[in-house]
Design a protein around this ligand. Structure first.
Ligand SMILES: Cc1cc2nc3c(=O)[nH]c(=O)nc-3n(C[C@H](O)[C@H](O)[C@H](O)COP(=O)(O)OP(=O)(O)OC[C@H]3O[C@@H](n4cnc5c(N)ncnc54)[C@H](O)[C@@H]3O)c2cc1C
Length: 437
């Protein structure tokens, strides 16, 4: 029994929305309750080994998420509140916390991929039995789903057609403010933040060649946005530089923070709109929003095709001539294919958890089209290794490159030599990532 009688108490379950600014879930909970219980759960299922022998969450992302959660806790504490951190199974932990704190409503951000929606369904079932209401919000996309000019089952399978349709309507809403205070129940238990070994991970050594150090959390995310937009004016030359391979500023490098939800796509968009008003509006400033629309496209695509994006034949149901040859797979992973451009990119990914968009397209195409290895194995390795792993963007891009997504083009073959000659003409990238360290 708590001593918060007659007070309305809501629980906010933070998932891939590890931020305070422009977070509708938190915003609604704050508006509808006297007290909130902010909770994060390290779901132990996400730290196990998956089908093809990779850790589902590799060390780079595990470390990044630990930092995100630490930063979220600090930010909540600065507003007078507390973040309860638990490790285990959310469907077990959250109903117990609701019972303890006499919570009437649990607020969470909605996920769209099969494993995550299964968790939501199970949670809903258990909360229903306990008489707790569950409210879900889409905090991930730039576009507001309810404002789209089509239902998702009628959504176009071609990005260009999707973009034309969404750009005709105004489906991007304004941002929600950061709360000024967060009041939690007096008897709230803060729990324990695990360390990397507690998540089956290992401490990492930073490779000095990394494009940049990704520090988890909303604080670092907002700082990176500020730096890229206002500090370096990188956004004004994005279109020309986005196929780069070296350094921090050839692209926004915001993906890891977007994937963990440390920053919202809307905040990025509206910051750029402000930049356009104050400094310059050009093709580059538009193009960052264009890329954020790709992100939305893949997320809505996941909602539409769901489990089909995890079958080797994909939504297109196209039979592929592919092997599950582990030797070839591991040569690719370890940068030992003999194709220098592929190997350099795979070294960067293995040693830093990041790879450019160009590199991802080339290495994915090489695995599928040249080595003829099952695309799901490559996607599972990226899932483990990428610091910015996002289920919809990863499986959507892989299916697209493998030619099993639902777009009309059959496959996306990249001629590696041509790519190297175009994007690494002087060999600087290959030189950097093929040398031993
Ligand atoms: C095989 C493959 C797997 C990928 N896996 C992921 C993944 O797991 N997580 C992820 O965030 N991105 C993924 N991408 C997309 C893209 O490569 C990264 O988002 C981008 O390289 C991140 O760097 P950036 O933030 O500097 O991007 P920028 O070029 O600055 O783009 C700005 C933002 O737009 C979004 N974006 C850009 N390109 C894409 C795209 N093709 N698909 C979806 N969103 C895009 C990202 O959120 C990115 O942060 C994948 C691409 C490929 C080809």
């Amino acid at each position: 029994m708590n001593n918060n009688e007659n007070l309305r108490i809501g629980l906010v379950w933070f998932r891939n929305d590890l931020r305070l600014y422009d977070n509708e879930t938190l915003h609604k909970a704050q508006a509808e309750n006297d007290l909130v219980v902010p909770v994060y759960v390290f779901d132990t299922r996400n730290y196990r080994t998956s089908t093809y022998g990779f850790k589902k969450t590799g060390d780079f992302r595990a470390q990044f998420l630990l930092e995100c959660v630490a930063d979220l806790r600090n930010r909540i504490r600065a507003l007078g509140g507390e973040l309860a951190i638990h490790t285990g199974i959310p469907e077990d932990i959250l109903p117990a916390l609701c019972l303890k704190h006499e919570v009437t409503t649990l607020y969470l951000s909605q996920e769209v991929a099969p494993e995550e929606t299964q968790v939501e369904n199970e949670l809903q079932h258990r909360l229903g039995d306990a008489g707790v209401e569950m409210q879900t919000y889409n905090t991930a996309t730039l576009l507001t789903k309810e404002l789209l000019p089509f239902s998702l089952d009628k959504m176009h399978d071609m990005f260009t057609a999707f973009r034309w349709e969404v750009e005709r309507v105004n489906a991007i809403q304004g941002t929600l403010p950061t709360p000024t205070h967060i009041t939690v129940p007096a008897n709230m238990d803060a729990g324990v933040r695990p360390d990397i070994t507690g998540l089956n991970g290992n401490h990492l050594h930073t490779d000095p060649r990394a494009a940049m150090a990704f520090v988890g959390g909303e604080t670092a995310a907002l700082a990176r946005l500020q730096e890229y937009v206002w500090g370096t004016d990188g956004v004004a030359t994005y279109f020309d530089n986005r196929n780069g391979l070296l350094g921090r500023d050839y692209s926004t490098k915001l993906s890891a923070w977007l994937s963990a939800g440390c920053i919202s796509a809307r905040v990025i968009h509206h910051t750029i709109k402000e930049y356009e008003r104050v400094r310059v509006a050009n093709k580059s400033t538009y193009w960052v929003t264009f890329e954020l629309l790709w992100r939305d496209f893949f997320r809505f695509n996941m909602e539409k095709y769901h489990c089909e994006l995890f079958f080797s034949q994909g939504p297109k149901r196209r039979a592929m001539d592919q092997t599950d040859n582990y030797e070839l797979l591991h040569r690719w992973i370890n940068g030992k294919t003999g194709s220098e451009f592929v190997d350099a990119n795979m070294n960067e990914l293995r040693l830093t958890g990041f790879m450019s968009n160009r590199g991802r397209q080339i290495t994915a195409s090489y695995l599928v089209n040249d080595l003829k290895v099952k695309w799901l194995m490559g996607a599972a390795y990226f899932e483990s290794q990428l610091i910015d792993y996002d289920v919809s963007s990863n499986y959507g891009n892989w299916a697209y490159i493998a030619g099993v997504g639902n777009d009309p083009r059959q496959d996306r073959y990249f001629n590696i030599d041509k790519q190297a000659a175009t994007f690494d003409a002087n060999g600087a990238y290959r030189k950097l990532w093929l040398q031993k360290h």
